[in-house]
Design a binder for this molecule. Structure first.
Ligand code: UD1
Length: 417
């Protein structure tokens, strides 16, 4: 299994091009299931999760072509088998995003329950409840959800909690339902808006994406379209946090600064100077960071997907930071690994108390999930000596060309096979 070896202590200087957003690309790829016509996408990142989704859709008869420059065309002319099997679903929870589109297009779907996940329980009850409200019959049998509905009917759905993929699943299903669907307490994440924009280009009638009430007027069929996936705000934030921890001056190009308000605000609080352009963000960090506390919550608040990176930043800050996680119940696994590097962290319930230390020391650590790994990379960039991160397949799920991009900033990093 590949490892990442970092030698810490260098300032980061230079420019990095941001990739397309994984969490927008995944649902948008599933939107291809809603039409017989081809869907042409641009700015698709080269990531393990994207390959997994392509494989999953391929098993259903979707023809997929990828070209080198981030373009992908998906053609679901005929869906041969509306089934998502356990072997792929278990590796990527976002696979559940095929449920709504398959049901709407084929009238039936069989999707494996995602099962346990390292960062928490992450049930799918809201997806199921919403589809049932739209008239679907759903049963659970031998670890699979079996869903059936001749034609879904629009209705008012009030979600018990804010779920990103739940909102996306129901929005896609509602696009082909009969009548109007109101999704209340919907997720406001920019990736939901990007999906809504793609669906609109395909002929869907959607209002309110980006607010907590989304109104979808179902149509009989959707057409093909071309869509460019939005920039990855979490990747952007990760490089910014890395620069804030290591010091230096880094410019991110091809970014969407308007999606980063909460992160940028916290970086400023940590002492960084931030300059925003139309599609660029630049960070300059001259001194040791000041401790900043964060509390994760649904967008537009501070993202749970940025929590581990900010915990890493706090480990070398002056002062004490409180990092509170309100979305996932078990998302502090990186804290133990950061302690192995000399961080001073104590966990009290869903809050980590991080007392900044002057410096971390390199050691061997283990990646446990995607964003936890990103936190460890940041720690490795500032730790004295060598840090080896094991199980970096987690990073390959969500960070395109990580070593190349870090090296372009002057970091000393190599992949050990
Ligand atoms: C998405 C993102 C993930 C991010 C998360 C929160 C994708 C592919 N992934 O994951 O990177 O960390 O949003 O911003 O976009 N929940 C339920 N019942 C449900 C659905 C969710 O109880 O039916 C709970 C979950 O256990 C979790 C919370 O709601 O505690 C938020 O989960 P959700 O927004 O659904 O996360 P994902 O969409 O899986």
């Amino acid at each position: 299994m590949d490892k990442l070896r970092l030698t810490g202590g260098r300032r980061l200087e230079g420019e990095v091009a941001v990739s397309g957003a994984k969490n927008a690309a995944l649902p948008i790829m599933c939107a291809a299931l809603l039409t017989e016509a081809p869907l042409s996408l641009a700015n698709i990142p080269r990531l393990m999760d994207i390959a997994t989704m392509a494989k999953l859709l391929g098993q259903m008869g979707v023809r997929i072509e990828r070209t080198a420059d981030g373009k992908m065309s998906l053609h679901a002319e005929r869906i041969t088998e509306p089934t998502a099997a356990y072997d792929l679903v278990k590796t990527m929870r976002a696979s559940v995003l095929v449920l709504g589109p398959l049901l709407a297009r084929c009238g039936r779907a069989k999707v494996s329950l995602p099962g346990g996940c390292a960062i928490g329980l992450r049930p799918v009850d809201q997806h199921v409840k919403g589809l049932q409200a739209m008239g679907a019959a759903i049963s659970i049998d031998h670890g699979y959800m079996h869903a059936e509905a001749k034609r879904l009917r629009g209705t008012r759905i009030v979600m018990d909690l804010v779920t990103v993929t739940g909102t996306e699943n129901l929005m896609m299903a509602a696009a082909l339902a009969e009548g109007t669907t109101l999704l209340e307490n919907a997720a406001r994440e920019p990736e939901v808006v990007d999906l809504a924009n793609c669906l609109a280009a395909m002929g869907a009638r959607i209002e309110g994406a980006g607010t907590d009430v989304i109104r979808i007027e179902g149509v009989a069929s959707l057409a093909g379209a071309s869509h460019r996936v939005m920039p990855d705000r979490i990747e952007t934030g990760t490089y910014l946090a890395a620069a804030a921890a290591a010091g230096g001056r880094v410019r991110l190009s091809g970014a969407a600064p308007e999606t980063l308000d909460a992160t940028l605000e916290k970086l400023r609080e940590a002492g960084a100077t931030i300059r925003k352009g139309r599609d660029t963000v630049e960070i300059e960090m001259a001194a040791r960071p000041t401790a900043v506390s964060v509390r994760t919550a649904p967008y537009p608040a501070f993202a749970t997907d940025m929590q581990a990176q900010f915990m890493a930043l706090a480990t070398v800050a002056t002062g004490t930071a409180l990092i509170t996680e309100t979305i996932f119940e078990n998302r502090f696994m990186h804290a133990l690994e950061l302690q192995r590097l000399g961080a001073d962290i104590s966990i009290q319930g869903n809050t980590a108390v991080v007392k900044g230390v002057e410096r971390l020391q390199g050691a061997t650590v283990m990646a446990t999930d995607l964003r936890a790994s990103a936190g460890l990379v940041i720690a490795g960039l500032v730790a004295e000596g060598q840090t080896v991160i094991e199980r970096i397949y987690h990073l390959d799920r969500g960070y395109e060309a990580l070593e190349t991009k870090l090296r372009a900033l002057g970091a000393k990093v190599e992949r050990v096979r």
